[in-house]
Every structure is written in C-alpha cells, then in structure tokens.
Design a protein around this ligand. Structure first.
Ligand code: ADP
Length: 556
C-alpha cells in the first residue's frame, strides 16, 4: 500500500509533515519501541519520563510525508501526558487532530498510534517489572536516579557503545532463529495449540533445533499438552531459559502461573509487556525453527506478537469445519496479508470422527469449510484432521500425539499436513545439516508400493510384488524403479524384509494399525488411503506434496 504525497492534505497535516516536531532521536530515554506497519514502513519512538509523565518524546520514520505528519502529531498528543494516557492515544485521535486526511493514508495514523503505544508499554513494563521473574538485562533509570551498570546501555541510543551493543544483542537473539512460524486461529478451542505442539515435536524429532513459544495469554495450554505444568521460569545470565522436553525448547506464559487453573487477567500494558519480554528475554540460542502459539483472533495481542517477532516466515491457520468458523479464517488470512506474513495454509481440525479401532474417518457433521475458504482466498489447504479420541487422550496425559501414536492413521494425516512446514527450509534454498542422522533428506529416498497389474493394490499383505522407487526429494525427481516379488506370506516378516531393502516410505491403500506400528518400529513411514495408481505417479504426487490420501481401506 503506497502513500500519496501531501497534495490534498489539511494544512495541519502538511505542516507536521514538512516540519515534524520531535523528529530525531532522544539521547536519554526510558521507553522505546520500533514498529513495522502493514505497508512495511517503520516508526520508532523514544520517551523520557519524569514523575510518570512524558517529559520528552521523539520519533523517526522511514515512511512518507503522511507517516511523518502522523508521527509528529502523535508525539504532540503524548507530550506532557501520563504514560498510561499516552498509550491510549488511538488512530482516530491522531486523525481527528490532523483534520482532513485521505483514506489511503489512514494506516499511517495506525502505525503512529501503535508505535507510540509500544514505546509507552516498553516504559511501563520496565517500570512495573510486572512479570519480573527473570533478571532483566535492561533496567532503566528510575526516578530515584539510581543507575545500574546497564542503565548507560539504555541512555544513548545510536551513540552509546553500550546501547549499540544491547540493540545488537536483541537483534542477534532473533537472528539466531532461522525460521519463525506462527500458528493462528480465529478463536480458542479449535486445536491451535495441539497443532503447534505436534508441529514443533515433529520438527525436533526430524532433527531440527526447535523452540516452541506459547504466548496465548488467555489459554496457555502448552504446559498441559506437554506435561510441563510444574515448570517455572528460570533465569540465566543471558535471559530466561526455556525448558526442554525431548530436545524441544519450550517457553510458555503458563510457566508464570502457580496454578494452571489460574485465570490470566492482564492489564493492557502488562499484557503487551509480557509478550514483549517473551520475545526479548528468552535465551533460545541457535534455532532452526521457532513455532509461535499465538493468542487467538486478529486483535491487538496477535498483532503485537507478529510485530515483535520481526520477519515471520509463515502462518498456519487452524479452523474447524463449521460454517461460522469461515468468517474467522477469512479474517486470519486478511490479517496475514496485511502484515505480509506468507500463509503456509489452512488446517481444518476436528473434521469428521476417526474410528478408534481402524482409524476410518466418518463425517458426522458437514465439513469442508476450511478447504472452501482456502480455495476462495487462494491459499493452500493443508488438510483435515479428524476428531480423534487419541488426540484428546494424549493431550490430557501431557504427551505429544505424534510421539505417542506415531503409527496411527490420524498421525499419518497430521504428518502430511505439517510436511510443507518441514520443507520450508529446502524451498528457501537453505543448506542445512540436520543434527541427527536424517541427512536422508539429501540422499535418494526409497518408496515401496504394493502392486497388482502394475498399479497400487489395496491388499497390501497379499500383494504379489512391490515397486521400489528411488527419488531425489529435493529435486522432486524419480531416479529409478525396480519391481521385486513379495516374500512368502508370513506374519511379521514384511516390515523387516522391506527395511532390509532400504525402504523409507510405504505408499499403501490400506493397512491395519498393528502393521503400521511394526513398520514404524523399523523407521518406515506408512501413508495409507492412497488411490490405485501407478508407482511413478504416486511418488510424484507425494514429492509434490499433493498426494490425496483417502480412506484407509483396512487390509485384513
Ligand atoms: P486452542 O489452542 O485452539 O485453544 P487446543 O489445542 O488447546 O485448542 O485444543 C483444545 C482441546 O481440544 C484439547 O483438549 C485437545 O486435546 C482437543 N483437540 C484438539 N484437536 C483435537 C482433535 N482433532 N481430536 C480430538 N481432540 C482434539
């Protein structure tokens, strides 16, 4: 969204644009924030506070004339006010004070209001230390004038060596995270955290250095979902230390609560302060992926999360199949577009019911809402996860579903759904060595497909032959195919036999969950519900990420 020049603006706006008051940087300040607006422009405010009132304020922006006008006017509105009152200055206040302002420039006023608010909240959160369980790196100068060693680092932005070091440290903290993925939903209770947890667990299992950040202030369920209710926040020299489970680093706002049932009621500024601190102060170290479990909706909280996270590499939007959820999905997609966050795709959760015995999915209610909206708004549809009692059970017991029920049909579906996230790194041309043995990704992958008449047969356990197809996954190219006779039909023989033939993925029409379990033990991934097609086509669509797996036709 570009901004027009100052033609047609009110005299006040033109004056503020041409001679912006408070333009530049304060040498000494107590609150500071830099915010990126939906059009990519940034605005930065510095506040100096005396007796809880804004004594001095300044800003810079790399935006156009209307951004300067809005920034200057917001500073005028804030000067002399109590910090809490300045934080409440709204887009409409700035627009009202500017007089006539064209519609297409109104987002500049929003950027100014948001940046001012963020700077005020920065001050307030430092002052209150409202969640101060961890040692702070950046204590600011209090009214008493007491000056800690780190105060100097706050004082001379851009000029003080220490301040520069601090800014660089913050930047470095985020820049050590290669990929940041946000999981969003229109409302709570749709399975957003469940998907965030399983996505993070799968990434960690694959060998990626992964962090999971739960900033869902109103329902921080990650501690429960991962059996970490007893965790509290620990501070280290470099900031708050994430807890660890099975190689996954976890930080949750829930770790702040004494009792998981405690309602989290945050005051506005404390809320934003908490979110900010979770971004600034968690010592993640080097990460390949940070999965962020966002507060639901498209309001201030997810907005702050997105702004604080810096560049986000993608969003996974979780919804339920009902028609009423469609409106929320639209809003979430629009939200991502405004913030320039690529939408990885929409997941329709709790879509149908998975039979606890064979995994067959029955549609008990109308479904397909997520797919329709995704198609309508031209974003990928990642797939539908059925309502599965095993998911609820795993969540209640504090185990990641994908770990506890790895070979179940629903786990297969979930893994397929999150595959595009795992492939983000390769799509972006990253050269990454997994920390485990999974450099498999770079070597040919071997697929096995049970055959009858040259095509996939639904009778896996009784097929006469298998097609073994080798493919280069990164190039998405089939390298060779070899057909071999199946061994004699003996219970329990196939998993070992296929493992000995180097098979890593089986594409099948149907398979019982016991058999899937045995393959899983051999480290062979099984995809069920594939159609009766040729091996080459099946592998090609798998590599393409578009393999449609239908019903698991139980093979007894
Ligand atoms: P949100 O983060 O959207 O508020 P959660 O991920 O916390 O939602 O999920 C809410 C509840 O729904 C959890 O108890 C979880 O176990 C359950 N749940 C989520 N997805 C499924 C599913 N597909 N089948 C069964 N239960 C599910």
């Amino acid at each position: 969204m570009g901004c027009p020049d100052m033609e047609g603006f009110s005299p006040t706006a033109r004056d503020h644009a041409e001679n912006p008051r408070h333009h530049g940087r304060l040498k000494e300040f107590h609150g500071h924030a830099r915010v990126t607006g939906p059009c990519g422009d940034t605005m930065e405010y510095w506040l100096s506070v005396r007796h809880e009132k804004i004594h001095d304020i300044s800003f810079v922006t790399d935006g156009c004339g209307s951004s300067r006008a809005c920034g200057s006017l917001a500073a005028c509105l804030a000067e002399g006010k109590r910090v809490e009152d300045a934080a409440a200055v709204q887009q409409r206040d700035i627009l009202a004070a500017l007089g006539a302002f064209p519609d297409e420039s109104k987002h500049c006023a929003l950027l100014a209001a948001n940046s001012l608010k963020a700077a005020c909240e920065d001050y307030l959160s430092r002052r209150d230390q409202s969640i101060g369980a961890a040692p702070r790196e950046n204590d600011c100068k209090g009214e008493s004038g007491g000056e800690s060693q780190s105060v100097a680092a706050m004082r001379l932005e851009g000029e003080s060596e220490k301040d520069f070091i601090e800014r660089r440290a913050l930047h470095d903290r985020l820049s050590r995270i290669q990929r940041k993925i946000i999981v969003l939903s229109g409302k709570g209770g749709v399975g957003k955290s469940t998907i965030a947890v399983n996505l993070a667990v799968e990434l960690a299992r694959t060998g990626y250095r992964t962090g999971l950040l739960d900033v869902d202030l109103h329902g921080p369920s990650i501690p429960t979902l991962l059996g970490m209710e007893k965790e509290t926040i620990r501070g280290g020299a470099g900031g708050m230390l994430p807890a660890e489970v099975d190689g996954l680093k976890v930080m949750s706002i829930g770790f702040l609560l004494d009792n998981p049932d405690d309602a989290v009621i945050w005051r506005g500024p404390a809320k934003m302060g908490a979110i900010r601190q979770f971004f600034q102060d968690v010592a993640w170290g080097d990460l390949d992926y940070l999965i962020i479990d966002s507060p639901p909706g498209t309001g201030d909280e997810p907005l702050s999360v997105c702004q604080l996270a810096g560049r986000l590499d993608g969003a996974v939007i979780v919804t339920t199949p009902q028609k009423v959820a469609a409106v929320d999905v639209r809003k979430s997609i629009t939200f991502c577009r405004q913030l320039r966050i690529p939408v990885i795709g929409v997941v329709e959760n709790m879509s149908g019911f998975a039979c606890p015995k064979c995994g067959e999915v029955t549609q008990i209610l109308p479904s397909g809402g997520g797919r329709r909206i995704a198609e309508d708004m031209s974003v990928p549809f990642l797939g539908a996860i059925p309502m599965d009692p095993k998911i609820a059970e795993a969540c209640d017991n504090g185990h990641a579903f994908l770990r506890q029920y790895a070979p179940s049909p629903t786990a297969m579906i979930m893994r397929e759904i999150i595959r595009p996230v795992l492939e983000l790194r390769r799509e972006n041309g990253d050269k990454h060595e997994l920390k485990t043995t999974s450099s498999k990704e770079n070597t040919p992958m071997r697929f096995a497909i049970p055959l009858a008449d040259g095509k996939l047969t639904m009778h896996f356990g009784h097929c006469a032959s298998f097609a073994l197809v080798d493919a280069d996954c990164s190039e998405k190219k089939i390298l060779k195919r070899e057909d071999i006779d199946a061994p004699p039909h003996e219970p329990g023989l196939l998993p070992q036999w296929l493992a000995e033939h180097g098979v890593q993925v089986i594409i099948a029409g149907g398979m019982g969950s016991r058999a899937q379990n045995l393959f899983q033990q051999q480290n062979i991934r099984v995809i069920v519900g594939a159609p009766a097609d040729t091996p080459e086509r099946l592998v090609a669509v798998y590599l393409d990420g578009s393999l449609q797996s239908g019903e698991n036709v139980c093979d007894h």
